[in-house]
Design a binder for this molecule. Structure first.
Ligand code: NAI
Ligand code: MG
Length: 493
C-alpha cells in the first residue's frame, strides 16, 4: 500500500466534537504546527478556549444528568463500546494514517501494534463492566449496608502524543463503561485520531454529549478543563511538570479527583547470575527504541553487574541497529521520526551534553535520512557517566539509554531507587530469590522479571513518586472513574 497517497485521499476532520456535532472553535483560532516528517505546515486543527470548554462541559453535564448513558444498563454500555471497538477495527488503517501523519511515528508500528492495542483495551473494559459486583455489609439482623460504585459525572481526559489512541482508550474505556460523560483534550501534536474517533462514537450509538473532543493547547484548553468546576475528575498522561500543575488546578477549583501518569526513567537491572545477556539486550532494544524512545515506561536506565557489563554493552550495540529511524510512511520501516522539532531539539540537547561531559557515546551506524527536515535521531547508548548526571536522572523521552555499572545486586537496587520516578522496571536473573528481592525492593508501580512490556490489560499501570498517582488498565481502572457510595439500611423488624 502507498501510505502517502492514502493520506492525500482522506477528507480530514479538524474541528472539535461537542454535543454530537463537529464544530469550529468560537474564537476561530487554529493550532499551528510543522510536520516532523518533512517540515510541511500542518496548522489548521481548531484551538479550543475557555468558551468552547464551557460548552463541552455543559453538554457533558446535561447528558450525564439526563441518565441516557449514566443510568443505562451495564449490558447496553458494554454492547455500544464493543460496537465502537469493531468500528475502530474497521477503520484501523485511517486511525494509523492520521496518527502517522501528525506524529511521524512509523505507520507500520501504529497499524500493527498501537491501534490494535487500543482496540484490545477498549474491548477489555467493555467486557469487564457487566462482571463487576458491588458489595454488601451484612452487619446484623437489623442493619446492613450496600457499598456501590457510582460514576463521577463529567470527567476530563488530557492525552499525550506518544501513543494517542492507546492512552485515550485506557481512560475513556473505563470512564464510559462506568457511565461517566467525557471531555477529551488530545495533545496539540496528535489530535486528528481523537477527532476521527468522535465520529465513530456517534456511529456506535454513544449518545450526544456523552463523548466530546476539544483539541487545543495545553496551557489554554487543558488548563480550563482541569480548572472547571463542573468537571469531577481530571485524568492526565504527560510530563511530571504538568502533572503537578493539574494537582494545583484541582485544588484551586473544586477538589476534583485527579489521576496522573507522568512517565519515568525505567531501571533495567542485569545481575551477575543472568545467563541470557543476548535476550536481555534484545528485549531492551525492543522496548527502548521502537517509538524513538518516546515511551513513558521506556527502560532507559540500565544497571548492569560489573562482570556482565562489557558483554551486555556489546550485545546492545548490535541490537540497536534494528531500530534506525526512517520515513514513517514507508511501510518497511518500523521506526519513524521524533514527534516535533521541539522534542528533537530537547533530545539532541541531552546527547550534546553527554558528549561534553566526557561520557562514552555509541550511536547506531545505519542511517536512513529520508528528508532534510526530518526529525530523526539514531538510537544512542551512553555509558561511563556519573550517576548524578542529568542524563541519568531525567526523563529524556528519546532513543537514548544510559548504561551504568553496579558492584552487586544491592548496589543495583540502590541505583534504581535513587530516582524521582517510579513507573516501571525490570530485573534479569537466573536466581528466583534474587528476582523477588529486586522486584520487591525497587520502587515502581510495575516490575518485570526476565521480560519487559509484555504485561496485558489485566495488569494495572501507573507509577509511584513523581511518576504519578492512580492506575490505568485492569479492573482497578474502574475505581479511578467512580466514587464509593455507602447506603445504610435499618430494618425495623
Ligand atoms: P506535556 O506534559 O506538556 O503535555 C501532555 C498533555 O498535557 C498535552 O495534551 C498537553 O496539551 C497538556 N498540557 C500541557 N500543559 C498543560 C497545562 N498547563 N494544563 C493542562 N494540560 C496541559 O508534555 P510535552 O510538553 O508534550 O512533552 C514534554 C515532556 O513530557 C516529554 O519530553 C516527556 O518527558 C514528557 N511526556 C511524558 C509522557 C508520558 O507518557 N508520561 C507523554 C508526553 C510527554
Ligand atoms: Mg509541555
Amino acid at each position: 500500500m502507498n501510505v502517502q497517497n492514502s493520506i492525500g485521499k482522506l477528507k480530514i476532520e479538524k474541528r472539535a466534537y461537542i454535543n454530537g456535532k463537529y464544530v469550529n472553535a468560537i474564537g476561530g483560532e487554529v493550532i499551528e504546527k510543522i510536520s516532523p516528517i518533512d517540515g510541511t505546515d500542518l496548522s489548521g486543527i481548531v484551538s479550543c478556549k475557555k468558551e468552547d470548554i464551557n460548552l463541552a462541559v455543559k453538554a457533558a453535564k446535561e447528558a450525564f444528568e439526563s441518565g441516557v448513558w449514566s443510568r443505562s444498563t451495564h449490558t447496553y454500555r458494554k454492547e455500544v463500546l464493543l460496537c465502537l471497538a469493531s468500528l475502530m477495527e474497521e477503520k484501523r488503517e485511517i486511525l494509523a494514517l492520521l496518527d502517522t501523519y501528525e506524529t511521524g511515528r512509523a505507520y507500520k508500528n501504529y497499524y500493527e501494534d498501537s491501534i490494535p492495542k487500543a482496540i484490545e483495551a477498549l474491548r477489555y473494559f467493555a467486557e469487564s463492566i457487566d462482571k463487576y459486583y458491588d458489595m454488601a455489609v451484612p452487619a446484623d439482623n437489623t442493619e446492613f449496608g450496600i457499598i456501590k460504585k457510582v460514576p463521577l459525572g463529567v470527567v476530563g481526559l488530557i492525552i499525550p502524543w506518544n501513543d494517542p489512541m492507546v492512552v485515550a482508550a485506557w481512560k475513556y474505556g473505563p470512564a464510559l463503561a462506568m457511565g461517566n460523560s467525557v471531555v477529551l483534550k488530545p495533545a496539540e501534536q496528535s489530535s486528528l485520531s481523537a477527532i476521527y474517533l468522535a465520529g465513530l462514537t456517534k456511529e456506535a450509538g454513544i449518545p450526544d454529549g456523552v463523548f466530546n473532543v476539544v483539541p487545543g493547547y495545553g496551557e489554554i484548553a487543558g488548563k480550563e478543563l482541569a480548572l472547571h468546576k463542573d468537571v469531577r475528575g481530571i485524568f492526565f498522561t504527560g510530563s511530571s511538570e504538568v502533572g503537578k500543575k493539574i494537582m494545583t488546578y484541582a485544588g484551586k477549583s473544586n477538589m476534583k479527583k485527579v489521576g496522573l501518569e507522568c512517565g519515568g526513567k525505567g531501571p533495567y537491572i542485569i545481575t551477575d547470575s543472568c545467563s541470557n545477556i543476548k535476550e536481555s539486550a534484545k528485549v531492551l532494544a525492543d522496548n527502548m527504541f521502537y517509538n524513538q524512545g518516546q515511551i513513558c515506561s521506556a527502560p532507559s536506565k540500565v544497571i548492569v553487574a560489573e562482570r556482565k557489563y562489557d558483554e551486555f554493552l556489546n550485545a546492545l550495540k548490535v541490537e540497536c541497529e534494528r531500530y534506525v529511524p526512517g520515513d514513517p510512511f514507508d511501510d518497511c520501516n518500523n521506526v519513524g521520526c521524533v514527534v516535533s522539532r521541539e522534542q528533537y531539539n530537547k533530545v539532541k540537547g541531552y546527547i550534546d551534553e553527554g558528549f561534553k561531559s566526557g561520557a562514552e557515546i555509541y550511536q547506531a551506524k545505519n542511517v536512513k535520512k529520508h528528508h532534510k527536515n526530518a526529525c530523526c535521531i539514531q538510537p544512542t547508548i551512553i555509558s561511563c557517566i556519573d550517576e548524578k548526571n542529568r542524563l541519568v536522572t531525567e526523563e529524556i523521552f528519546g532513543p537514548v539509554v544510559v548504561v551504568l555499572k553496579a558492584k552487586d545486586t544491592y548496589d543495583a537496587v540502590r541505583i534504581a531507587n535513587d530516582s524521582n520516578y517510579g513507573l516501571a522496571g525490570a530485573v534479569w536473573t537466573d536466581d528466583l530469590n534474587e528476582a523477588f528481592y529486586v522486584a520487591n525492593s525497587v520502587e515502581t508501580g510495575l516490575f518485570h522479571i526476565n521480560s519487559y512490556g509484555n504485561d496485558d490489560n489485566r495488569a494495572p499501570f501507573g507509577g509511584v513518586k513523581e511518576s504519578g498517582l492512580g492506575k490505568d488498565k485492569s479492573i482497578y481502572a474502574f475505581d479511578e472513574y467512580s466514587d464509593l457510595k455507602s447506603i445504610w439500611v435499618h430494618i425495623r423488624r
